[in-house]
Design a protein around this ligand. Structure first.
Ligand code: ASP
Ligand code: MG
Length: 453
């Protein structure tokens, strides 16, 4: 069996649902389990509707509801399914209207209500898709994730799947496949043990898919998106960016942490555990090979896999003679960051100093005051992190070339770190120079004939 996951833009309207069905049809012999997101931007529209209901009351709900209803009813119509809109779709839409009216009256949106609200998106999309499959002679069956064994804790808006799902999910899926059914499963949502609807966090349908694949021993999981796979850099900035054919789970996690459009690292975990390959494909261009994410790379792969960057970063230099030969100093520094709930990204230390990078949105006046008692603190804003995701065994070769690019462009590197995960080398530079540096590095590592050792 395989798992095929289609994100919001891959099921955004009738045309995309037809394209999705064509892709599925061509692989029916592999016994697919489908996982779908809400159609298009439905999740955002639902949250937006709730926001309006909270702020401005009942009269604005109508408008938002219309947008959401239109997305679904228009798709049904264009798919030729509107002659008999089934009761379950009608009742979902009317429950949604009541819920939004309720939110606008009580003006309160708890995590539990929020999860219940966004669940309508995935519940509607799988029903419409399953109906379409039936209309073209494929035995699709809409499945709410809780009906196929997805149980979570009660951490609304970011729930964790319980361990027992590794047994409950295959126990429900296998009989469906044996009966020749194409399960069309809601991504992103589940229920807790009390029967309340929960969600796995934004973008959580990737996790639904990788979890099913891993628990059921699937051959692979295909994640269908609207890009040709994982790219060497953001194609909006570097026009010559190209899809990467193969990365490891570790590299893909590193890319995701730096904000590249990949899978959430949490979604990679189940497949990483069982070694199930994840293939990122483009539903708008199914012929493109996509990117394979798996445990090991073949040794002939180019040493540099991709570049990423994070803009608008703050660099904090903490210098103290007390650090020399002392123990516990770093502990004091980091527990101060923890107390102030500030997340530290990159770290570099020397005998008497430690430099860290932080997101620029952090308010630093209090921690500065506190740390000033034990060290001298220098805060430098408007920095950027540029990272090279690479095979670290080739780091000397990579660093030599990267520094030559920096020297040529007059970019001064202010901090450098070779990630402990051993798949990235990161530089801190002035934010104003980040774009030039990325373009220069991209040329060096991806646009020359000389990109392999
Ligand atoms: N529909 C949800 C979201 O937009 C889950 C997903 O698409 O993965 O976050
Ligand atoms: Mg989405």
């Amino acid at each position: 069996m395989i798992v095929m996951k289609f994100g919001g833009s891959s099921v955004a309207n009738a045309e995309r649902i037809r394209a999705m069905a064509d892709i599925v049809k061509s692989q029916l012999n592999r016994k697919p389990v489908l996982v779908l997101s809400a159609m298009g931007d439905t999740t955002d529209h639902l949250l937006d509707a709730a926001e309006k209901a909270l702020k401005t009351g009942p009269h604005t709900v109508e408008q938002s509801l219309e947008i959401i209803t239109d997305i679904h009813l228009c798709a049904l119509k264009a798919l030729g399914l509107s002659n008999s809109v089934p009761e379950d779709i009608k009742s979902l839409l009317s429950d949604l209207a009541s819920l939004l009216a309720g939110i606008s009256l009580i003006r309160e949106l708890t995590g539990k209500t929020r999860d219940f609200l966004v669940s309508f998106g995935e519940r509607l999309s799988v029903r419409i898709a399953a109906m379409y499959f039936k209309s073209i002679g494929i035995n699709g069956q809409a499945c709410d994730a809780w009906d196929i064994g997805f149980i979570t804790d009660s951490n609304f808006t970011g729930a964790e799947l319980l361990d027992e799902c590794r047994l409950t999910v295959p126990a429900k899926i296998e009989p469906l496949l044996q009966a020749g059914i194409l399960p069309v499963v809601t991504g992103f949502i589940a229920k807790n043990q009390a029967g309340d609807i929960t969600t796995l966090g934004r973008g959580g349908s990737d996790l639904t898919a990788t979890f099913i694949a891993s628990a059921c021993g699937a051959e692979e999981v295909q994640v269908w998106k609207d890009v040709d796979g994982i790219m060497s850099y953001d194609p909006r900035i570097v026009k010559s960016a190209k899809p990467i054919s193969h990365v490891t789970y570790e590299e893909a996690s590193e890319l995701a942490y730096f904000g590249a459009q990949v899978l959430h690292p949490r979604a990679m975990l189940p497949c990483c555990k069982t070694g199930t390959p994840v293939i990122v494909k483009n539903s708008y261009n199914p012929a493109a090979p996509g990117t394979i994410i798996s445990a090991a790379l073949d040794s002939s792969a180019a040493p540099v896999r991709a570049l990423t960057s994070r803009r608008n970063v703050t660099l904090v230099d903490i210098v103290s003679a007390r650090m020399l030969g002392a123990s516990g100093f770093l502990g004091e520094v980091f527990s101060a960051f923890a107390r102030h709930k500030i997340s530290v990204d990159m770290v570099a230390t020397s005998e008497v100093s430690v430099s860290v990078t932080l997101d620029s949105s952090n308010e630093l006046s209090l921690i500065k005051k506190e740390l000033s008692q034990i060290a001298s603190i220098d805060i430098k804003t408007k920095k950027a992190i540029v990272s090279i995701i690479c095979n670290i065994e080739k780091s000397s070769w990579i660093l030599e070339r990267a520094f030559a690019v920096c020297a040529k462009l007059g970019v001064q590197v202010q901090m450098i770190s070779q990630g402990a995960s051993k798949v990235n080398i990161s530089f801190v530079v002035n934010d104003t120079q980040a774009k030039d540096l990325v373009c220069g590095l991209h040329k060096e590592f991806f646009e020359h004939a000389n990109t392999t050792l």
